[in-house]
Ligand binder design. Structure first.
Ligand code: HAM
Length: 418
């Protein structure tokens, strides 16, 4: 039988790596909960229509979605991103606004797998509903920035753009179309025939031909209506005021259809350029209504966990935290002491582990070493008979001494106290 392996484009995370994931999510929760965001959980799969509304002309929805018919004949999709799900949940439950939510979870996109690009990947993110205020744009962008800083990342570049709104996007789109019409022959094969569906996509196309055309195209930021121009100025001014460096990226259109006004991306400068977006987001003031809810503005971002960890590796930050137990019980007197002592220690809030299957003392001490425990509690036949436990520090002078069994939890607590 051939060996079973995880599917292409997916991966397993084992310790010690998984401890970095715990740290990363913990740091994220601390940063965003400190600004009033609360955890939201939504299903990993949704009705296909939830996602069809957010990206009918995007690769993410058109080409990369994992969709299928379930056993009840429903059209289902594994989520390719979480904003649409959170909007669906907002419309369904109508929490009072402003509603500020954060999330962590996996997403599915049928892409060609490579370093930093997976078919199942993970995001942490936030979404905030119910305020048009540009200061909310500043808050959202700043929280992402603060999170990267908290992880120790320093080589992050913040790219910002404005995509206008229902007032200034249509005339800009017409202008762009006219320009692209004139440059049709210079576009890549895919876009030569299809650019009229969504001309903004050309600005995002990575192929060199389109890239050259995009460089000379009219820019949305130069064609904003007064409302969008004021909003953009207040947003970027707010970033300046908070001391967050940002770069205007006029070609930043993002890979989803729902954006209005502010869009942004965080680029990991220590990463390979093709996969260096460690996060991105923007405003989507029309999306809630488009999905059947009451007109409600929204803004948020999602950050890619795998890419952030790659950036951490490249910058030499966020090492795996050390193993977590405090005490390892070595019992070569039958195992009852190990069974009872670990339970007592854990009840007292002390992290404790042990070996099983009557391993030799040597093997048990090896496990104790590997566990990272600061103390070993040793019970051999002599201690068992005397009702004692030998307490042995795992580092330093290793001076060990016997303690009466009924006093051992208190003694361990004393020794571990900071
Ligand atoms: P997105 O730009 O599609 O936006 O994804 C956000 C981040 O997820 C990317 O910057 C990247 O770090 C990570 N990512 C995307 N695709 C992959 C992949 N195949 N493998 C590994 N990492 C990946 C969104 O998903 C929007 N929902 C963001 C948003 C929230 N906009 C408003 N609110």
């Amino acid at each position: 039988m051939s060996e079973l392996r995880h599917p292409i484009g997916t991966f397993d995370v084992l310790t010690p790596d998984s401890r970095r994931w715990e740290t990363l999510v913990g740091v994220f929760a601390r940063v965003v909960e400190g600004a009033g965001y609360g955890l939201v959980l939504t299903p990993t799969f949704e009705d296909l229509s939830v996602f069809q509304r957010v990206g009918a002309s995007t690769d993410i929805v058109r080409k990369e979605m994992y969709d299928f018919e379930d056993k009840g004949g429903r059209r289902i999709a594994l989520r390719p991103e979480m904003t649409a799900s959170v909007v669906r949940a907002y419309i369904q439950h109508r929490p009072t606004t402003p509603w500020k939510a954060w999330y962590v979870g996996s997403n599915f996109r049928y892409e060609s797998p490579q370093a930093g690009r997976y078919r199942e990947f993970h995001q942490v993110g936030i979404e905030a509903f119910g305020a048009v205020d540009a200061d909310l744009d500043v808050e959202v962008i700043a929280l992402g920035w603060e999170f990267y800083r908290a992880l120790g990342l320093r080589r992050i570049q913040l790219l910002v753009n404005s995509l206008g709104d229902a007032t200034c996007r249509p005339p800009y789109r017409a202008l762009l179309l006219e320009y692209l019409e004139g440059r049709r022959d210079d576009l890549c094969d895919e876009h030569r025939e299809r650019f009229a569906d969504n001309p903004l996509r050309i600005l995002d196309c990575k192929r060199p031909t389109c890239h050259a055309v995009a460089a000379e195209a009219p820019k949305q930021v130069e064609h904003l209506c007064d409302g969008c121009a004021t909003h953009f100025a207040r947003t970027t001014g707010g970033l300046d005021s908070l001391g967050i460096p940002w770069t205007l990226a006029t070609d930043l259109v993002r890979g989803l259809d729902y954006y209005t006004r502010t869009t942004f991306e965080y680029a990991g400068l220590a990463l390979q350029s093709a996969q260096n977006a460690v996060g991105g987001g923007g405003r989507y003031d029309g999306l809630v209504e488009e999905m059947g809810g009451p007109a409600t503005p929204g803004i948020g971002f999602a950050l890619g966990v795998e890419r952030i960890l790659m950036a951490c590796d490249a910058e030499g930050t966020l090492p795996s935290p050390p193993a977590t137990v405090d005490v390892f019980v070595v019992d070569f007197a039958g195992g009852s002491a190990a069974r009872d002592l670990t339970a007592q220690l854990r009840s007292a809030g002390i992290r404790a582990d042990r070996a099983f299957d009557g391993r030799s003392p040597k093997a048990q001490f090896k496990s104790a070493d590997r566990s990272g425990a600061r103390l070993a509690l040793v019970v051999g036949p002599d201690e068992e008979a005397a009702g004692t436990v030998v307490v042995r520090p795992m580092a330093g002078d290793r001076q060990q001494r016997p303690v009466e069994r009924h006093r051992v939890v208190a003694e361990v607590s004393r020794l571990l106290a900071p």
